[in-house]
Design a protein. Structure first.
Length: 253
């Protein structure tokens, strides 16, 4: 099994509170791993450590065997680690196509030229259209991003991450805040990306039916500690996991 992301004794404390406690995480390449756990388990904090938004109190983060613990979020993105947030992060006054085209252009190392017409970069626009098809937004290509529904903004954000040619997608509750009608579409987008088989996907999500349907493996956090990992069926049959979810009975000390 080839690992693409790994942590060793990863820990972060805020005052006297240990939010992530000596977590040894192993993420296999080109697989779909979901991180689950009750509210307050440390899932988003762990994502912040993986993507570089936070620096650990102790421990290490490795990408393809290389220590990236001290790298900034932009440096990790350039390496191939893309992160979505619970709050969407797009350019509201640009069109859907422009948002993705600029991401494609950035990945190609071509800076924005104020005096150059965008049609000069036709190849970037073609790539952007392809990505919008992947995330089921092609028909909205000329809409201003600020006018998109919440679920559509999440799809646009994913398209921008794909444009950066990220090898690892860290998706933090991609269905958060969506209406019931919007959820099936974002699920289809994630399935499309998984089916391509080009990327490693790491998901935080509370919707267990979604997690069980999509995941190759599950990792369970409780009180900042990794208490179980394995196949979806192994996790669902795990007594510690059931205790953590049903009654918080697991002693993490």
């Amino acid at each position: 099994m080839s690992l693409i992301l790994e942590t060793k004794n990863l820990t972060i404390s805020f005052g006297g509170h240990v939010a992530v406690n000596r977590v040894n995480l192993k993420i296999p390449a080109k697989k779909f791993t979901s991180i689950i756990g009750p509210n307050g388990a440390g899932k988003t904090t762990l994502f912040n450590l993986l993507s570089g938004q936070l620096k650990p109190t102790e421990g290490k983060v490795f990408f393809k065997g290389t220590d990236i613990t001290d790298l900034s979020p932009p440096s990790r993105t350039r390496l191939g680690i893309g992160r979505s947030f619970q709050i969407t992060n797009v350019f509201p006054n640009l069109t859907v196509l422009e948002n993705v085209r600029l991401a494609v252009q950035s990945q190609a190392g071509v800076r924005y030229q104020m005096m150059s017409h965008f049609k000069k970069y036709h190849q970037f626009e073609e790539k952007a259209h392809e990505l919008l098809k992947t995330v089921l937004l092609e028909e909205k290509w000329d809409a201003l991003s600020k006018n998109l529904a919440h679920g559509e903004k999440r799809k646009l954000e994913i398209a921008m991450l794909l444009a950066l040619e990220t090898e690892v997608l860290l998706l933090d509750e991609p269905t958060a805040g969506m209406s019931l009608e919007e959820v099936p579409t974002i699920l289809q987008v994630i399935r499309n990306i998984k089916k391509e088989g080009k990327r490693t996907i790491v998901l935080i999500e509370h919707k267990m039916d979604m997690v069980l349907d999509l995941s190759d493996s599950l990792t369970v956090l409780f009180n900042g500690k990794l208490i179980a990992d394995g196949s979806p069926q192994e996790i669902m049959d795990n007594d510690l996991v059931q205790s953590a979810y049903l009654g918080g009975l697991y002693d993490a000390s």
